[in-house]
Design a protein around this ligand. Structure first.
Ligand code: FMN
Length: 281
């Protein structure tokens, strides 16, 4: 199969997913000796346009796991904005060492439904967006190298594969999880459901320089750029504002949210999970 161009697309509020999208794009580009365009699908303006891919392009796509599935506010954008025409795809999810549950299966199902040919997939344990105590060093350099090699091997195999044969193996390709399963219900330290849907970031005005970075980095465009202490829109708890603030001025105070973070730190910081790879090749 002839591949003319590679596109690597990621939703990545706190940067872990982006690192893997870049590494895999580089591996595939080297194997196929063709250009790779790496682009973000994170900010509202980056998700405005639909993206259509042809049969001689390769898509690499990654998303974090939120509550065991794809981020629910971004799912409709994946469903509505991405179209393939029998376009081969390498898909992956990242997760914060609890579990990726059903996110990879959901991503595969969305892509298959939108005309893509899923051929290889991966689940990468990354630093948890909520806590530096969970996999703080991940992805490690050697993990990015392994992901890069995985994408290179898949791309290399594409070169000699017959399209008809790929269509058939892609149809049978599965990954762990159930695309139709419900969301994971976050628990607090007491094991009871932790309800923090309405939690929003607060601003320490003694630290805030009013630089506007938090508003500019918010994937939901929810922070008022003229007064960044106001969050009139929806908050998906992605932590882009918290981690992107050089002054450390953004924080969450919601008791249920903090209890969930402590539960994760207590139960899911160790052992660190292995990265998982799946492929038709
Ligand atoms: C709202 C939210 C929900 C999350 N839910 C899960 C989860 O169910 N399981 C898990 O292991 N990690 C979970 N995580 C951790 C992220 O999947 C992980 O930190 C991911 O690598 C973040 O990607 P990014 O750095 O590209 O933003 C969650 C993170 C956020 C912000």
């Amino acid at each position: 199969m002839q591949i003319r161009e590679i596109h690597s697309l990621y939703f990545s509020p706190t940067g872990g997913t982006a690192k893997y999208a870049k590494a895999m794009a580089e591996g595939a580009a080297e194997a196929l000796a063709c250009p790779a365009e790496i682009s973000s699908f994170t900010l509202p303006r980056e998700r405005e346009e639909g993206r259509h891919f042809s049969s001689d392009e390769l898509l690499i796509i990654g998303s974090p796991t939120y509550a065991g599935k794809l981020p629910n506010k971004i799912l409709p954008e994946f469903q509505e904005k991405l179209r393939g025409e029998h376009t081969p795809v390498l898909l992956f999810v990242t997760y914060g060492n609890r579990n990726f549950d059903n996110s990879l299966a959901e991503l595969l199902s969305v892509l298959r439904g939108n005309g893509f040919l899923p051929l290889a997939a991966a689940a990468f344990a990354c630093r948890h967006a909520f806590s530096d105590r969970i996999c703080p060093e991940r992805p490690r350099a050697e993990e990015l190298t392994a992901a890069r090699s995985f994408a290179a091997r898949a791309a290399e195999a594409l070169k000699t594969a017959e399209r008809a044969a790929l269509e058939a193996v892609s149809l049978a390709f599965t990954v762990p999880g159930d695309a139709g399963a419900p969301y994971y219900v976050p628990k607090g330290e007491d094991g009871a459901p932790a309800k923090f849907l309405k939690a929003k970031p607060l601003t320490d005005l003694s630290k805030c320089l009013h630089c506007g970075a938090c508003a500019a980095n918010c994937p939901m465009g929810s922070i008022d750029s003229s007064d960044t202490s106001k969050v009139p829109g929806i908050c998906i708890k992605c932590q882009a504002c918290v981690r992107g603030c050089k002054q450390g001025a953004k924080y969450f105070e919601d008791a249920a949210f903090l209890s969930h973070v402590r539960m994760l730190e207590e139960n899911f910081a160790a052992p660190e999970k292995e990265n998982l790879y799946f492929s038709v090749f």
